[in-house]
Ligand binder design. Sequence first.
Ligand SMILES: O=C(CO)COP(=O)(O)O
Ligand SMILES: [Zn+2]
Length: 219
Amino acid sequence: MTIDVEKDAILEEEKKAREEIVRIGKSFFDRGYATGSAGNLSILLSDNKTVIATPTGSCLGTLKSETLSKVTINGDWISGDKPSKEVIFHRAIYQENFEHRAIVHLHCTYLTALSCLENLDTKNAIKPFTPYVVMRVGEIPVVPYYRPGDQMLAHDLGLLSPSYKAFLLANHGPVVTGETLQVAADNLEEMEDAAKLYFILQGSEIRYLTTDEINELKG
Ligand SMILES: O=C(CO)COP(=O)(O)O
Ligand SMILES: [Zn+2]
């Protein structure tokens, strides 16, 4: 590839990433997964150095492609509005595992409710009772509570990043990764539905999947 063709491909990739963030942010907001200015989204570009992220305080329903934040994976703010205060943990997740290409963090109702329960199993927040969460994300470790934007969130998520695809921040909400932003969004929706079912099933005796059934899904 000549330098010009290469440059065009990079610009095209960045344009698509920006459009994807705007489209998926609006979809989350329109369907009630995101409210007010909570939550943040990001995509790591194929250079493994550049992250396009939602600006701090932005409403996911009204994002603008040209004002999204562009930062380096090391934390330098290149352009756009001021990045999300959680970009620090998005960067840590990418830095520790390049298989994660996009991240969704929301305060969606059921997963956030789940994150507020005492005595969660910190190794896996959703004990499997349906197959899809197991198939799509596997186990979901719980990160202890820290205030939003705290460096410790980045520290803990960075340590977990090589081994997991999704995480639950205690008393806060989910962080979900994917090989694309659409995959991360689909993973989050599957988790949100499982958390909803978990609350609907309170008071009923749940038949959890057996170890054999879970292992078969991990295949
Ligand atoms: O969800 C949020 C904090 O955890 C929102 O923060 P930002 O507006 O800085 O992205
Ligand atoms: Zn948050």
